[in-house]
Design a protein around this ligand. Structure first.
Ligand SMILES: Cc1cc2nc3c(=O)[nH]c(=O)nc-3n(C[C@H](O)[C@H](O)[C@H](O)COP(=O)(O)OP(=O)(O)OC[C@H]3O[C@@H](n4cnc5c(N)ncnc54)[C@H](O)[C@@H]3O)c2cc1C
Length: 368
């Protein structure tokens, strides 16, 4: 009996671009800059840094898209941060983020200027906007990436944790352009700000239609009580070694002296000692502060991936073999309940002009 020829699969409705598309006309890496009230989210500059690295391999331009009201300074800033070309859509109607008007501007820019890769922060806004755009284009989208590379065929290799964060999946979008990804804050390094960089700023008209005004933003209320780990320069994080929720009071006092915020390991969060928004790590927030205190935290790999890019790491642990010391710049071996109040007190005295905190790098853990 003759073998049946396999049935040709029809593409899913809406997933087929109309007519023949010449994907080779798509060139360059575009970062959608996220801002609120004229202040850019740090993840936007981190993504511009990674976009520059990818674009160098692709020998293609780095582009940025700035949308908002009174945001022309951010277009200039994007050039200092690595963009060769910035599309600027500056209009009073775009003051507050709304999915429809913002996605119309993005779609107009992508369809007109054809970037081969589009990147956004994996923030609430970035996730909403990226999903809306990807379905309209239509193209694939990898959400929440933690690694972004390109291969020899100009394909974006976007990796993200999968299967309850136990594996890393690398996702490719081979058939459509642009290749889109959102990426976590704190994962990539921003380029040093360079005021000598020059670039082109291209104004883009707002693409607003009457039906887009269906949603009106009356007021913006900041979420109260939630910690902002992503933007913090100093994080004082504690783990199971704190022994209970009251241990976090010591950390709050130290953080207050340093102008920082309190972070936590998952163990402390799972034990109910502190809320999940404080959690640093693979299933928490990825952070990149200038100074990170790891106090009573052993240094499990799932914690370390979330904070290893901190500029300086200070570890306080009673176990000299704790893995956290392998990545710490400064290590103090001893009981945190003695060490932390002593540091806080020394800082207080220093502020008051009494005594000075002794300085000096400890390449090996110091026992107290
Ligand atoms: C899929 C998955 C995802 C995960 N995601 C995360 C994540 O996002 N973030 C995260 O943090 N973990 C995560 N984990 C959990 C992680 O594997 C560890 O279990 C967790 O980080 C351990 O937290 P800890 O260091 O506070 O506790 P422990 O590992 O129990 O360490 C406590 C440390 O405190 C020290 N200590 C105790 N008493 C004192 C004292 N008096 N003075 C000084 N030091 C003291 C001990 O020596 C010890 O090193 C994840 C695990 C899995 C499987």
């Amino acid at each position: 009996m003759a073998e049946k020829a396999p049935k040709k699969r029809k593409p899913m409705i809406g997933l087929q671009p109309e007519g023949d598309v010449d994907w080779s006309t798509y060139r360059g890496v575009l970062v959608v800059v996220e801002q609120r009230g004229g202040r850019a989210k740090p993840v936007s500059w981190q993504l511009l840094g990674q976009a520059s690295r990818l674009a160098a391999k692709l020998e293609a331009p780095v582009m940025a898209l700035v949308i908002g009201s009174n945001v022309s300074h951010l277009a200039q800033e994007a050039i200092y941060r690595g963009a060769d070309r910035v599309y600027l859509c500056d209009s009073p109607e775009l003051e507050n983020y709304r999915t429809r008007p913002y996605s119309r501007v993005c779609l107009h820019v992508i369809r007109t200027y054809k970037p081969e890769i589009v990147l956004m922060g994996a923030t609430y806004t970035g996730r909403d906007l990226a999903g809306a755009i990807a379905t309209h284009l239509p193209t694939g989208l990898t959400a929440d990436s933690t690694q972004l590379e390109v291969d020899d065929e100009r394909l974006l290799l976007a990796s993200r944790p999968a299967f309850s964060e136990k594996m890393l999946a690398t996702i490719l979008c081979k058939q459509f352009k642009p290749q889109m990804a959102t990426a976590r804050a704190g994962v990539f390094e921003a380029l040093p700000r360079d005021e000598s960089r020059t670039g082109e700023i291209i104004p883009v008209p707002p693409q607003i239609k009457p039906e887009d005004i269906a949603v009106e933003v009356l007021e913006f209320l900041e979420a109260t009580g939630k910690v902002n780990l992503e933007d913090a320069d100093v994080i004082v994080a504690g783990g199971r070694g704190l022994g209970g929720p009251t241990g976090f009071r010591l950390l709050e006092e130290l953080a207050a002296e340093l102008g920082g915020v309190v972070g936590a390991s998952r163990a402390a969060v799972d034990l109910g000692w502190i809320s999940h928004d404080h959690q640093v790590g693979q299933t928490g927030t990825t952070v990149r502060p200038k100074l990170y205190f790891a106090i009573g935290i052993s240094g499990a790999v799932q914690h370390v991936v979330g904070m290893q890019n901190s500029t300086y790491i200070v570890a306080i642990n009673k176990d000299p073999q704790a893995p956290i010391f392998k990545i710490a710049n400064y290590g103090i071996v001893g009981d945190l309940f003695h060490i932390v109040p002593a540091i806080t007190e020394t800082l207080r005295k220093r502020k008051a002009g009494v005594g000075v905190l002794s300085q000096g790098a400890a390449s090996t853990p110091q026992t107290v």
